[in-house]
Design a protein around this ligand. Structure first.
Ligand code: 5GP
Length: 211
């Protein structure tokens, strides 16, 4: 019989570089990691594939999923529903996978209340500081000024939520692969406290962020 798997929550604000850090896991090249495919009511972005990146559903279908208990957690983010389908997650854990939930802090808090500590690993990913975050958001060139300001504000709130997570990792420019490696090490039960991308507490993170 397979060893029981685990849930790996990875959260991070806009500009934390979360998707770059998680890309190597997406190719399936690092077993036993696998992804949970979330349901959402937001529109697909160019290049996104239904069933792979998200299950793109209508508001009515999403509300039916809530009603029928098909989602293990859900939230509203930026005016759209997002949620984690329960049945595939349970199956993947039973199959011994490490299931990555790339979700925001509200959903993460719900999941943390549902799983045993021994079945759960959580990583909060942060940009190194406010200036870097702002530069990353502006560098995309696709966001309006109002959008950038809103994301900067939300990032402040999200940083506070890092208190809930067992690991805080900092994604410095050009260091995404080190963060990916650190996540693998955390899952393997190795100590990452001495790595320079590891942050020991939310207070230390906040101090560094706004220095
Ligand atoms: P995006 O629209 O940029 O893909 O995602 C917006 C935010 O929703 C990101 O922080 C992402 O991690 C989060 N998210 C994606 N799927 C889920 C989900 O199933 N549940 C929750 N709670 N958040 C999600």
């Amino acid at each position: 019989m397979n060893k029981r798997g685990k849930v790996l929550i990875v959260s991070g604000s806009a500009g934390s570089g979360k998707s770059t850090v998680l890309t190597p896991f997406k190719s399936g090249a690092i077993p036993p990691f696998t992804f949970s495919v979330s349901a959402t009511t937001r529109q697909p972005r160019p290049g996104e594939v239904d069933g792979r990146d998200y299950l793109f559903v209508t508001k009515e279908r999403f509300e039916e999923m809530i009603e029928k208990g098909e989602l293990i957690e859900h939230t509203v983010f930026n005016g759209n529903y997002y949620g984690t389908p329960k049945a595939p997650l349970v199956k993947q854990i039973e199959d011994g996978k490490v299931v990555i939930l790339e979700i925001e802090v509200d959903g993460a808090e719900q999941i943390m209340g549902l799983f045993d500590k021994s079945d759960l690993i959580s990583v909060f990913l942060s940009p190194p500081d406010y200036k870097t975050l702002e530069a990353r958001l502006r560098g995309r060139g696709t966001n309006t000024e109002a959008d950038i300001l809103e994301r900067l504000e939300r990032a402040k709130v999200e940083l506070e939520f890092s208190r809930l997570y067992s690991n805080i990792l900092i994604n410095y420019d050009g260091r995404a692969s080190d963060v990916t490696d650190a996540i693998v090490r955390v899952v393997n039960g190795e100590n990452v406290d001495t790595l320079d991308i590891h942050c020991k507490s939310t207070d230390a993170l906040l101090e560094k962020f706004y220095e």
